[in-house]
Structures are given as structure tokens and as C-alpha cells.
Design a protein. Structure first.
Length: 164
């Protein structure tokens, strides 16, 4: 049986959910096996996770899609036209799945030489390294980089509308 996106992510996501909802002390005790899975803190973590993945507005396709999608094709909705998803969080090796299914896309360095995509770095700082200050600084840099592009697109759109 192929591993699904949900089963592959289950451990990492449940640990993050427990850390964020129960706090570091409860998380550490749970992770070390000293806090039962049936404790209120861990129940809350799983309930929170279930609420997120069960809502089609928060997770593409909702729980049924997450539970039945192959790990290798989980990013495919990013590349449909129009896109059916806008964010997919995964490890750096995941680019091999994306480029296999979308051969015209090529990562510039594929994460070699200590490189990273700026948006991915922001996400990693926030959700993996828990460095919210650095993640916020990267978000500001991204915003400043994107604003001129958005303004240019709006101006082009207005010009096209005037021609019509």
C-alpha cells in the first residue's frame, strides 16, 4: 500500500500540534512517553489537527483527500490551471516528485550549496525552528519584493481594461 500524504505527515504534524496546543512541558512529557495519549492536552492537540485537516477550506479536499492521496502526488494541485492549492509544506527532497510530474519546472539549485527558496525559509523558520522573529523579517522582505510586481500587474490590468 502506498503511503499517503497524511500518514507521512502524521508524526510531524501531531508533534507540532501537541507542542503548540499543550506547551513545551506537556509536549516533552508526551514525546518521552510520560504523558498518556488520552490526556486532555494530547486530546486537544489531535482535535485541533483534526479540525484543520477536516475543513476543506483549510486543507485542499478535506480529510478524505488527505487520507487517500499518495505522498508523491500531494503537490499536484499546486500546478493545475487554475491552482487548486497555494501552499504545500514538505522536505527539500519533495522537489523530485514535483519535477517528475511537471518536467518543465526546474529548481535553480535544488537546495544544494546551502540555498533555499525564501518563502520556504520563512515557513521553516516559523514552523520548524520556531524563530518567529526571523520568519517575520523574511515575510517583510517577501512583501517588499512582491509589492512592485503586484502594482505592475494592476497597472497592466487597468491598461488592458481600457483597451477593451
Amino acid at each position: 500500500m502506498a503511503r499517503t500524504f497524511a500518514t507521512n505527515r502524521l508524526t510531524r504534524v501531531s508533534r507540532r500540534s501537541a507542542l503548540r496546543t499543550a506547551g513545551p512541558d506537556a509536549y516533552t512529557r508526551w514525546y518521552q512517553g510520560k504523558l498518556a495519549w488520552t490526556s486532555e492536552a494530547i486530546k486537544k492537540a489531535w482535535t485541533t489537527w483534526g479540525t484543520i485537516v477536516g475543513d476543506p477550506k483549510l486543507a485542499y479536499g478535506g480529510s478524505q483527500y488527505m487520507l487517500s492521496t499518495s505522498f508523491g502526488t500531494a503537490g499536484d494541485p499546486l500546478f493545475t490551471s487554475p491552482p487548486r492549492a497555494y501552499l504545500h509544506h514538505e522536505a527539500s527532497f519533495f522537489t523530485s516528485f514535483i519535477t517528475k510530474d511537471n518536467p518543465t519546472l526546474k529548481p535553480l539549485t535544488d537546495g544544494n550549496y546551502g540555498t533555499d527558496v525564501l518563502a520556504n525559509r520563512m515557513y521553516a523558520e516559523m514552523f520548524t525552528d520556531d524563530d518567529f522573529g526571523r520568519a517575520s523579517a523574511i515575510a517583510v522582505i517577501l512583501l517588499l519584493a512582491v509589492v512592485p510586481v503586484v502594482v505592475g500587474n494592476i497597472q497592466r490590468f487597468r491598461q488592458q481594461e481600457e483597451v477593451r
